[in-house]
Design a protein around this ligand. Structure first.
Ligand code: ADP
Ligand code: MG
Length: 689
């Protein structure tokens, strides 16, 4: 016995309202039977058919197929059951309207691996249902009869033992109905055909058995002719096992059909996604402008290697402590005050009052081994002409230098004066004060040099000038070291050998201004190179922090940067989420148009995995254009005259693309989940709307 229903019952539960679909159905059905089922509307005919076809579940009783119980079947068992055993024909045709007759029929032949063979079989079947002429017509262009014949060809293609037809002539005129009925008869050989119909007259001459259903029960079961014995065919139909490779090919095939059947949808979605990507691009670009990029700088822009700046966390560093640290780490040279190892001095340009040279004075023992009183001036080639002026300015300033050699180079970015350790130790602060400014009243004047004059009292200064300065009795303040004010005693001393202003002051004041304190917060140690310096840093005694002068450091407060950026990121994530939700909703709604198609796939026994993957693939396809278009748009934006957009960064590009991909694949996931969680009966119904 092919099919046996024992006490089958189906109860619908729609929100707590229970309706009996069918109950207590006992039936035995076999090959070669042509059964018609009649009954009033709502009597349970469709329910019965859906249970047999596994388009719906049953709650009571047991359905046997070839003697095998099915109540324990899992979803995938049912999937295989449908694929191998059932072909379904519906009243409302159920073909994929946007595909051609040929493509529709081929869908039922996916198990045939060879494409040519598949096509040949499909054509043969289409000829058999008399649609040879319409083979390449779209489903939507066919008449009702032609559609139903396509469905019949598809049922034939499946070559399954059970054919179920639910009011197949319900929407057809008399002529088409008769054709469909005779076709059904034709394919009923060696099969079980069950036809639910309101028009039994079309099937009168073919039916071998008539069943009437009333109120969910069988009210009449009449044998008309005894079905033929089944000719035992030798070859037992083995379970159709499909290779992974074929599955993959079929996934591609269906993905391509999804696309082909709705090119406008695909284009629209691609476009929508592209618009989203572009919007995200702007959001991220604006976001990027709000984001604080930590600004970094090296501690020492001259990039001297082997120079370590050390500081003591608790106390200031005394000379004694520095000696110890230097000894312990085998430092070559060291300074108590790190400012002395590098500072700059501005020297006026010859004949140009406002323009000046900025000279970086620095100490770098391993680059130029310099003796006391000697210095090395390094100038870029472009400023070679000024070298002598600068040299003279230093030699004439009375700061202990008597010989300066000049080097010019193509690859320096400024003017540097390398000084000896002794000069820095002794005159360092005085050199630093060279050409410092003096304020008296509202006037600012450049001081050329400072001298000691033992005759002056504390707080008094004499101005010695190459020009005449009348500032007697006025108060002056120097920006050299202190902000103490001094009284100008005399300003009429003239010295024709100097080109600027010399300030004379008492020894105490002079020392207060120029001699370094005994201890400092930071100091500098020099090592042969960065490697030795790094090794030395590791050896520093506890409580000391050491840093290479070439190390990059953050300019802003790290916490500020962190907090502000976190806020920006939160905002971006919020915008992104809202956005993702919006497009997901739009996509979710749009993708519903595939519901009917996917139900057709399912009734054809195409596995969920394949149809689900085909949608993922299609989404990937929809996604592809943004992959190419986004950088192009970004490029156009960047080269547009007057635009301040930058080319999208790789990070942002990846971020946006991944987000878009996630969204569309999430939509596919949602769609697949929703369609798989409902029975075929339900999804068909919704989809047909
Ligand atoms: P027929 O095909 O004979 O017209 P059906 O099998 O469609 O009848 O329906 C049988 C009974 O089950 C009817 O009372 C109908 O209202 C009920 N029914 C069918 N489908 C559902 C459903 N999805 N939810 C609730 N009740 C349903
Ligand atoms: Mg019905």
């Amino acid at each position: 016995m092919l099919l046996k229903l024992k006490n089958i019952g189906k109860i619908y539960d729609s929100n707590g309202i229970f309706t009996i679909g069918i109950r207590g159905i006992n039936l035995e059905l076999d090959y070669n039977e042509f059964v018609t089922i009649e009954g009033e509307s709502g009597s349970g005919k469709s329910t019965l058919l859906n249970v047999i076809g596994a388009n719906d579940t049953y709650e009571e009783g047991e359905l046997y197929f070839n003697g095998e119980e099915t109540s324990h079947y899992s979803e995938s068992d049912w999937e295989r059951y449908r694929e191998n055993n059932i072909a379904t024909i519906f009243q409302d045709f159920n073909i994929i309207e946007n595909l051609t007759v040929l493509e529709n029929v081929e869908l039922a032949l996916l198990r045939i691996e060879d494409k040519k063979e598949r096509r040949r079989r499909a054509k043969e079947l289409i000829e058999r249902v008399g649609l040879g002429k319409q083979i390449n017509q779209r489903g939507s262009k066919l008449s009702g009869g032609e559609k139903q014949r396509t469905v019949i060809a598809r049922a034939l293609a499946k070559d399954s033992p059970v054919i179920l037809a639910d009011e197949p002539t319900g929407n057809l005129d008399v002529k088409a109905s008769k054709e469909v009925a005779s076709l059904l008869k034709e394919l009923s050989k060696d099969k079980l055909v069950i036809v639910v119909t309101h028009n039994p007259e079309f099937f009168k001459e073919y039916a071998t058995r008539r069943i009437r259903v009333f109120d969910g029960k069988i009210s009449e079961d009449k044998l008309i002719t005894k079905p033929k014995e089944r000719e035992e065919t030798e070859e037992k139909k083995e379970d159709r096992k499909v290779s992974k490779w074929l599955n993959l090919k079929n996934t591609f095939h269906i993905g391509a059909l999804n696309y082909k059947s709705r090119p406008k949808f695909t284009l629209m979605m691609s476009f929508a996604l592209f618009v989203c990507a572009i919007t995200m691009f702007f959001v991220v670009a604006i976001f990027g402008q709000g984001l604080i990029k930590p600004t970094t700088t090296t501690l020492d822009h001259t990039g001297i290697t082997g120079k370590v700046i050390i500081s003591n966390q608790q106390n200031k560093i005394t000379q004694k402590q520095l000696d110890e640290v230097a000894g312990k780490t085998k430092a070559g040279f060291f300074f108590l005050d790190r400012e002395l190892s590098q500072f700059s001095v501005s020297i006026p340009k010859l004949g140009g009052m406002l323009r000046e040279h900025e000279i970086v004075c620095l100490y770098s023992p391993y680059e130029h081994n310099i003796e006391a009183g000697k210095a090395v001036l390094v100038v870029p080639n472009s400023q070679k002409g000024d070298a002598d002026t600068i040299k003279e300015a230093f030699l004439n300033a009375g700061i202990g230098l008597y010989e300066i050699s000049i080097e010019s180079s193509l690859n320096v970015d400024g003017v540097y004066l390398y000084l000896s350790y002794d000069d820095l130790n002794e005159y360092g602060e005085k050199i630093q004060a060279l050409y410092s400014m003096m304020t008296f009243g509202t006037d600012k004047t450049r001081v050329y040099s400072f001298e000691v004059n033992e005759n002056l009292l504390e707080g008094q200064v004499n101005l010695v000038n190459s020009n005449f300065y009348s500032a007697d009795g006025k108060t002056v303040v120097f920006d050299a070291k202190t902000d103490k004010s001094y009284i100008v005693i005399r300003s009429d001393e003239k010295n024709n050998e100097v080109s600027g202003l010399i300030v004379q002051m008492n020894r105490g004041d002079y020392e207060a201004m120029f001699l370094s304190d005994d201890n400092a917060v930071q100091s500098v140690l020099f090592y042969k190179n960065n490697d030795e310096a790094k090794a030395a840093i590791a050896l520093l005694p506890e409580g000391y922090i050491g840093m290479l002068s070439t190390t990059t450091v953050y300019v802003q407060d790290v916490m500020d940067v962190f907090t502000i950026n976190i806020l920006w990121y939160l905002a971006l994530i919020a915008v992104g989420l809202i956005f993702a939700m919006l497009i997901s909703v739009i996509f979710m709604r749009s993708v519903k148009i595939y519901q009917a198609d996917f139900s057709v796939y399912r009734t054809l026994g195409i596995s969920r995995k394949i149809s689900a993957n085909s949608l993922y693939m299609q989404m990937l396809f929809i996604f592809l254009p943004t992959l190419i278009l986004l950088p192009i748009v970004s490029l156009i934006m960047a080269i547009l005259p007057g635009s301040n957009f930058m080319l999208i960064s790789i990070g942002n590009y990846i971020f946006i693309e991944i987000m878009m991909l996630l969204i569309v694949e999430f939509v596919a996931y949602g769609f697949n989940k929703s369609i798989n969680s409902q029975s075929i009966r339900k999804s068909l119904r919704r989809g047909s709307k």
